[in-house]
Design a protein around this ligand. Sequence first.
Ligand code: ZN
Length: 354
Amino acid sequence: MGLVGELLPFFVAAYLLDCLVRVRPGQALFTSLWGRHFRLEGPGWRWVGFLPASESVLVPSLGFRANETGVLLSPSGDGRRRLVAYEDIERVAVEDGHVCLGPGLELKATHPSAAMELAALVEQLRLTARPRRLALIRRALRRRCDLAALRRRRLEQAKDLRMLKVLSGAAFVAFFVVLPASVLPDLAWRPSLLQAGVLFLLAYLAVLSVSVRLLRRVGVRGWALGSRMLPLALFPPAAVHAPALVARETSFGFEPLAAAALLLDPQEFRRLEQRLRREQAAGDGPESGGESVVEAMTLDLVAREAARAGVPELEDPSPGDASAAAFCPECGGQYRTGFARCSDCDVPLEPFAS
Ligand SMILES: [Zn+2]
């Protein structure tokens, strides 16, 4: 087998590691094995994109919590959020992907690409008179919840994405079939190592070129472009899952919930929406100080957009069999009599309407 044969297990292991993605809080990852039927993945380490046809979409929330008086910083050591009044903000600057509001006052961005947008919004709010601030926040969110714009963005990418899948498929065949075949001595006909190498190189270069075009089209340029292309440049076999690796970076500027309305199964999206509404209502106590203003606005905006786009409302579930007595409003799981809470989601069950 020679050197290539010895290196192959190493490449396969490196490739699997390359499929690991860390989803940070405030980000949502939508994954799909074939480019349809997306699943929503929460924060944590996730495996994505084993196949050339796999697609993933990473959507960072603006991660913005504010009201008309100020911006809320993430909980500090004592677990409390701190409100920084707009009047107390000396200057707004982006440093290391975070938004700096003054000495020791840092607003964490959910993704470096969200930091500039966040900084611009805070600066604008600081200079706006108090009565007009909520309208300004709503306008910024409306842009990020615009389903029609998100759909347009995906349509614009569709051709390049299809091309990328074909090229990644070619790289997959070259790397996992032709290259190993070229070093198997027993095959009646086998390509030379050089032929196999050239085939992979051609597919790889084509993947690079289409990836750069996709990213540039959505406005990823300069340093940001370089950093996104780095995994592909350092580890050429990553070309095999470029659609999951590169294309996931092309949905910036939208809220995860808007992407959910477009990508998830409609009923799954409605269940998610319902859950977020419950969480938002629970966190919206009298002492919360309007913390969830942004969440409530986002929910309302996406709900309106989804209704306009014809996403069907949540259907009342019907019992799967005669023994089913209640269902979980979160996951839709069905339970017999005698159960009060869903064992997976830990929420109270709801009885079927008889
Ligand atoms: Zn459940």
